[in-house]
Design a protein around this ligand. Sequence first.
Ligand code: ZN
Length: 115
Amino acid sequence: MLKHLKESKCPVCGDSTVVGEEIERDILSKTIRIHTNGQRWETRTFLCGQAINWIPNFSKSELDEYYTCKNNPEYRLKLEKRKVAVARVRSFIDSLNDVDDEYKTHLKNGRGYSC
Ligand SMILES: [Zn+2]
């Protein structure tokens, strides 16, 4: 059970379905790590993907920068732009008339530039 982290829903979309709660442990001893102020590093993750971390160094919670809300409009826009970019790159690869189809497929499957 988390002691410090009080957020019960995603601040971006309001999702309150908790899918994970973690308390950071020492790698070797597996005991719960305790800051000198007595607080612990805690994380709560919601179904939408957003994680919130309790940072004992500052006695406050922060949104995780890697596990972010999938309902966030900025995130959705970023994904949409990526899909458009992929389609444009694939179209460009198809336009390379001097290149054999096997290599075009190799490129489109993201296998790098090696021949
Ligand atoms: Zn969310």
